[in-house]
Ligand binder design. Structure first.
Ligand code: SAH
Length: 465
């Protein structure tokens, strides 16, 4: 069982710090089902690779797990367990790379928290669900996948394909996130676990799934398989996952919002912004639009009035906002045709989501500043590489303008949930990089009263193919 981890972050040998394993050493760990070795076949400034080799002891296993191979006497010795990355690998990840899995790195704490270019290759995975399952588990998490499938026996091609694959995953990502994804998803792929499943497995799933599982489009399948189809545990986990959704508590959310509203109210900035964005979409003549981070659906209401729009999709991570959108739009009164025209989706814009496919225009109004900066690249990838709409409109506060808000203390953000607020130069350079790399035309427009020095309160970027 082999896992290869490679980075091209410079200096690449920092991987040694992140894994808590020195690149010059071969280290071996004894586990009750075999030996795990960690070593580095290459370690240079520009590229560093760590290998985790699990040498599973099939004889030892057979002694412990007699019943598993009933009906096929040799099965306990002749099986795929030593080769296929499975729940054994998850145990190794937590025992041998436990600190890396938790994202702990005393020498380089910042690095542990930074997405770096990483490649993980699993020599053999068993996908009980074909290549499609590999895609649907890993692609929504932002990975580029390379999949090689193997025939059952190359001498007998008519026996067909085996469930075995080599899987290569690539992404700019924090190492701890990548390891958490593998920890949860390897047993899910394999659809098996070598140990008894109890309530503590739910805890493990929630812990390692924190921040991504609740929003994963395949969360039901992942949860059911991870818990070995134990129904009560699966429904418990799904209920707890629902609570894991990153919802700002009501009072805090309301407080944060009221500050932003109070500041911007005299300008009626929110309305101005929505009308401006709706106008850009109307003038494009495009026929479908997605509003990512649609909040309570005010912009969706404006889109609803645009006859040329045949498909309108609103997506938000906050179930509470979506519930308000449902009320605002009176979706319960929709005819079947109207319901087909407007869809409200619960999800996150930093994950690939097949439900958003084929949208011609996508807008995200006052949303990017709610994302952790390290998630921005994932957002850009989803939007500009996966969805690739013809038109993208983004708006965000112009931080330079903040000094003109008298109720705002210096350095304070307009909204309690904002993770950053950018100057015009910062927003423009981020957008320019995206447009250059993904071949979009780009223009900027101010929204709101224009100060000759500080600009307008809101900045808008329009990307066109
Ligand atoms: N576009 C609306 C709401 C802006 S507030 C308007 O202009 O009025 C930001 C919205 O982004 C909130 O509704 C919040 O729930 C949503 N949001 C934040 N992070 C998100 C994520 N990762 N995925 C989807 N929506 C997100």
């Amino acid at each position: 069982m082999l896992l290869r981890l490679t980075t091209t972050h410079t200096p690449a040998t920092d991987l040694g710090y992140l894994l808590h394993k020195h690149p010059d050493k071969l280290q071996t760990f004894a586990l009750n089902f075999g030996l795990a070795h960690v070593f580095y076949p290459e370690a240079s400034e520009t590229r560093c690779t760590a290998l985790l080799l699990l040498d599973l002891d099939p004889i030892g296993l057979a002694r412990e797990q007699k019943s598993a191979w009933e009906g096929f006497a040799l099965g306990q010795y002749v099986n795929d367990r030593p080769y296929v990355a499975s729940s054994f690998m998850s145990v190794v990840l937590s025992r041998v790379l436990g600190s890396a899995l938790k994202g702990k790195c005393d020498e380089k704490p910042l690095l542990a928290d930074t997405p770096i270019p990483l490649e993980a290759e699993l020599a053999v995975v068993a996908s009980r669900g074909g290549p499609g399952l590999l895609e649907s588990l890993f692609a929504p998490l932002g990975y580029q996948l390379e999949i090689t499938r193997y025939p059952l026996d190359e001498h007998f091609p008519n026996w067909g394909q085996s469930p075995y694959y080599t899987l290569k995953l690539q992404q700019q990502i924090r190492l701890s996130d990548l390891l958490s994804h593998l920890y949860v998803l390897l047993p899910v792929l394999d659809n098996d676990k070598h140990y008894f499943i109890g309530a503590e497995e739910v805890q493990k799933l929630l812990k390692h799934g924190e921040g991504w599982l609740a929003l994963h489009p395949a969360k039901e399948l992942i949860t059911a398989r991870y818990l070995r189809h134990n129904k009560p545990l699966t429904s418990l986990a799904l209920r707890l996952l629902q609570e894991d959704l990153p919802e700002v508590p009501e009072t805090q959310e309301a407080k944060a919002e009221s500050l932003e509203k109070a500041l911007e109210k005299p300008l009626s900035l929110n309305q101005l912004r929505l009308e401006k964005v709706a106008e850009v979409v109307r003038l494009s003549g495009l026929r479908s639009v997605g509003d990512l981070g649609c909040g309570e659906g005010r912009l969706l209401q404006l889109f609803w009035q645009q006859g040329q729009l045949e498909r309108i999709v609103g997506l938000d991570v906050s179930a509470r906002s979506l519930a308000n959108a449902v009320r605002r739009l009176h979706t319960e009164r929709f005819s079947e045709r109207q319901a087909q025209r407007l869809e409200l989706l619960h999800g996150s814009l930093v994950y690939r989501d097949a439900r958003l496919k084929d949208l011609e225009a996508v807008v995200a109004v006052e949303v990017i500043e709610h994302l952790e900066p390290f998630r921005l690249e994932a957002f850009a990838q989803v939007l500009f590489e996966d969805l690739q709409p013809q038109l993208v409109v983004l708006t965000t506060p112009n931080a330079e303008y903040n000094v003109l808000f008298q109720n705002l203390k210096p350095g304070q953000f307009r909204h309690g949930d904002h993770r950053f607020e950018w100057s015009r130069a910062e927003f423009e350079s981020w957008c320019l990089n995206i447009a250059r790399k993904r071949h979009y035309h780009l223009r900027f427009e101010p929204i709101g009263p224009l100060d000759p020095v500080l600009g307008a309160p809101t900045q808008m970027a329009v990307f066109e193919k």
